[in-house]
Design a protein around this ligand. Structure first.
Ligand SMILES: Cc1ncc(COP(=O)(O)O)c(C=O)c1O
Length: 359
């Protein structure tokens, strides 16, 4: 007789796992659905990977990716003690939730935002505390007092800045207000910050409850190797080291990520190309009748013109071998999230959207 008992916690049995964007195997598909950088990583990255020795593979890697932490400390004007490295930014989110929210505590997060946050709260058996954007079609803003009354209701507050999927940036004043009023860990998820006009790095010196998330996946074209890092006060970072894996980052990814970070001018040149492409795509979409919040990321959220249906356009693009992201969620059912690609990819996208909308 089949055993009906499932030996995992009840909250795990009741939760839904994270649903990532599609990863097509057909290389001819134009992939504008998961916000990867359309340009290759610095040539130094492949050189660094090729230089990894058999001995490095035979042995365990540095448990705290010391060379990367030193490189990041230099780039950011901090010390290695301000930095923790992880196997992709997602892992930092998991560590932070694990460290700051016990089962039954609250996990507060901005809504709509990164759909991994509720999944992590579920894994922990924590309660969800929503901090909602005020949304009127393409106008997204966070009410000034949104973060004022969370103390005691949550152990951690997750703020995506710039936000996904809107691409919008919160003011520094609002971040300060969250850091000052919320008695808990404030994780500012800066996965897309390389495409934004400002970051929150300087606040690390002022607020001991601030943890910044950085990833090598977007700005540094390394989504395939899985490497991210957290930045915070040395005391906070030392607490996070206690809850991490024994060796979160492998020897190959440490070599690759360090080479990429050290070749900052190369990565920055891709950011400039993407920002130029973003301006052009946004302008042309507006001309076609789409409305868009102002993006500070490598994607745009485009609300479709009157008389058109976003799900239909998503399918139409897919049939034409272009993948974008469509969310069947409140405030998003009439929008497409589109990653900025190379000029050629952007042209194809715009041409096909013109054909599909007749504009
Ligand atoms: C808002 C946000 N945070 C964090 C991540 C995690 O990135 P990664 O795990 O690739 O470093 C992503 C990835 O899409 C994201 O969109």
């Amino acid at each position: 007789m089949a055993q009906s008992f499932i030996p995992v916690r009840e909250n795990i049995q009741h939760m839904q796992g994270y649903a990532p964007g599609e990863q097509p195997t057909d290389p001819t598909v134009i992939k504008l659905n998961t916000n990867e950088n359309p340009y290759p990583p610095s040539p130094r990255v492949l050189e660094a990977i090729a230089a990894v020795t058999a001995d490095q593979l035979r042995r365990y890697p540095s448990p705290d990716a010391r060379v990367f932490r030193e490189a990041a400390a230099e780039v950011h004007g901090l010390t290695p003690e301000h930095i923790i490295t992880v196997n992709g930014g997602d892992e930092l989110l998991a560590y932070a939730v694990r460290a700051a929210a016990a089962a039954g505590d609250g996990v507060a997060y901005t809504v709509p935002s990164y759909s991994l946050y509720p999944v992590l709260a579920d894994m922990q058996g924590a309660r969800h505390v929503h901090v909602r954007f005020a949304i009127d079609n393409a106008d997204w803003h966070m009410p000034e007092d949104a973060f004022d009354h969370l103390s005691g209701k949550a152990g951690i507050l997750l703020i995506t800045n710039p936000n996904a999927p809107s691409g919008t940036l919160l003011s520094e004043a609002l971040l300060r207000r969250a850091l000052e009023r919320f008695r808990g860990l404030v994780l500012v998820d800066e996965a897309y910050v390389n495409f934004a006009r400002r970051d929150a790095l300087s606040l690390v010196h002022e607020y001991a409850n601030l943890l910044l998330l950085r990833t090598m996946s977007k700005g540094f074209s390394l989504a395939g190797i899985r490497f991210g890092y957290g930045v915070g006060s040395p005391k906070l970072i030392s607490e996070l080291h206690k809850v991490r894996d024994s060796y979160p980052c492998d020897a190959v990814s440490i070599a690759a990520a360090t080479a990429a970070l050290k070749d900052l001018p190369y990565a920055a040149s891709t950011w400039e190309l993407i920002k130029t492409g973003r301006g052009r795509v946004a302008a042309e979409l507006k001309e076609m009748g789409f409305t868009l919040p102002e993006s500070q990321t490598n994607f745009v959220l485009a609300y479709v013109p009157e008389g058109h249906d976003a799900a239909h356009l998503y399918e139409g693009l897919k049939q034409r071998h272009i993948l974008v992201r469509y969310f069947r969620l409140p405030h998003l059912t009439n929008a497409l999230r589109i990653t900025i690609g190379t000029p050629q990819q952007n042209n194809r996208l715009l041409e096909e959207l013109k054909a599909l909308t007749g504009r």
